[in-house]
Design a binder for this molecule. Structure first.
Ligand code: CTP
Length: 442
């Protein structure tokens, strides 16, 4: 695989020499592009010797090869480490003032992974947070920095993840992209993961893998958005689900290293890059897609708002107003409970699979939100139920969310709140924890 390794100007640049070695030893062809500041920490000669390629950070070197266009076009994976606050800002705002930022702008569909490293204050500054959010919304995988001792006496989140962990995340990302590309080329058939990626993953210590990509090697199916139940060729019964929470979950599962399949009903937001999309419209279509996808999934998350009922009859032509007959009545029939069915199929097949449901609940005189949610968890028999506390601020379409995660094993309810990405990260963390409890490491 042709990899571009961008190196930012931080002290952690020295660790990236080990990352480069991991890439080249796994057989990849790596071109290093350090920023001007990076060369103050590690010199060009080191990058040239380790990569076996000439190294430059200027768009005016090797002009005859049109480097700033070629490198971005030819790259199959771009990894930036350490991604400094400055580099994240320049990438987020689309600047092109050196060879690395030019290459990022020319990268097209190529998967991009950034491994930030900086002081905690810089990482937690709203400007950096906004830049990271922008990059992630464009499909860039921005890893969370590790926590620990930083350059000075300070410590906290901001350390560059270990080279093995970045390597694993990069390989998982390239594998997920290849799988998605393969899948769209083979009309829905799920592809095998690139054997090079599998070999590379196997070579990485388990501890390093689980640090950043706890779902590496696993397939996660997530439904998102609201189903639409047709009445006639132009009308449907729908709901207000925006799909934002399901999309955030898909991005979080992808960033955790999983191969992700998104069963997308009607959504108001674009699907994230690097996941396989299966488009559905009705509850019945979603049921078919979910049962099919679940057959080889390790985790299934039903975040879609599924219509409980559909019109009993769908008119083949547009229903017209007529003065000579009574106005039409809509008869509804019940849709199957997909979540419940997924659990039944899994149990009948004794499959090792974690199934997660979502529920929006309100309390009333008969019980509070958690009473109703526990009853629903019991009815649906899924492993985890993520409960939206629907109050005055309806969750539909909002960017923030507060949830309680209930577990069938009766453990203490866990609360999570914040942006839908924060909630998604908490849900994916909880899923990772459940999986590692179910299968203790060898
Ligand atoms: N769900 C499903 N199939 C349905 C309805 C819901 O799989 N026909 C899933 C949703 O994706 C969600 C969970 O079940 O993960 C709970 O959805 P909710 O609408 O709260 O549950 P209902 O069974 O419809 O319960 P209620 O009567 O409270 O609407």
């Amino acid at each position: 695989m042709r990899i571009v390794l961008g190196v930012g100007g931080g002290i952690a640049a020295y660790k990236v020499a080990s990352l480069l070695r991991l890439f080249t030893e796994a057989g990849h062809d790596v071109t290093v592009i350090p920023t001007e500041a990076a060369t103050r920490f590690v010199g060009v000669a080191t990058w040239e010797a380790l990569s076996g390629h000439p190294v430059s950070n200027s768009v005016f070197d090797a002009v005859h090869t049109v480097n700033h266009v070629r490198l971005g076009h030819e790259a199959e994976l771009i990894v930036v480490a350490p991604a400094t606050a400055d580099l994240l800002a320049r990438a987020a705002t689309g600047q092109a003032d050196d060879l690395l930022t030019n290459t990022l702008l020319m990268a097209g569909d190529c998967p991009v992974l950034m491994a930030p490293a900086m002081h905690t204050e810089m990482w937690q500054h709203p400007a950096t947070e906004a830049n990271v959010e922008t990059l992630r919304s464009r499909g860039v995988t921005v890893l969370e920095p590790a926590s620990g001792r930083l350059t000075g006496a300070d410590s906290g989140p901001g350390r560059l993840p270990e080279p093995e962990a970045i390597f694993t995340a990069a390989m998982a990302l390239a594998g997920a992209e290849a799988a998605a590309a393969n899948a769209s080329a083979t009309s829905g058939a799920m592809p095998a993961v690139d054997p090079d990626v599998t070999t590379a993953l196997a070579a990485v210590p388990a501890a390093a893998q689980s640090a950043v990509t706890p779902l590496a090697g696993l397939t996660v199916t997530i439904s998102a958005g609201g189903t639409r139940e047709p009445l006639d060729p132009v009308r449907f019964l729908g709901n207000r689900s925006s799909g934002k929470q399901g999309v955030a979950l898909a991005a979080a599962a992808r960033d955790a290293g999983a191969r992700v399949r998104l069963l997308a009903a009607h959504m108001e937001v674009p699907a994230p890059a690097g996941v396989e999309i299966v488009q559905v419209e009705t509850a019945l279509e979603l049921r078919e897609a979910a049962l099919h996808a679940a057959a080889d999934s390790d985790v299934v998350i039903m975040a879609a708002a599924v219509a409980d009922f559909r019109p009993a009859d769908v008119a083949g032509t547009k229903i017209k107003k007529r003065d000579d007959v009574a106005d039409p009545m809509i008869n509804l029939v019940r849709n199957p409970d997909i979540l419940r069915e997924l659990v039944e199929v899994r149990d009948a097949a004794s499959r090792n699979q974690l199934i997660v449901g979502f529920a929006a609940e309100t309390g009333d005189a008969g019980g509070d939100v958690l009473d109703y949610a526990r009853a629903k968890l019991h009815r649906k028999a899924c492993d985890l139920l993520v409960v939206n506390q629907v109050g005055r601020d309806l969750v539909f379409g909002e960017d923030t969310n507060t949830v309680v995660i209930l577990s069938r094993d009766g453990s203490e309810p866990q609360e999570a709140s914040g942006s839908k990405s924060d909630v998604a990260a908490a849900v994916i963390d909880r899923i990772s924890a459940e999986l590692s409890r179910a299968v203790p490491p060898a």
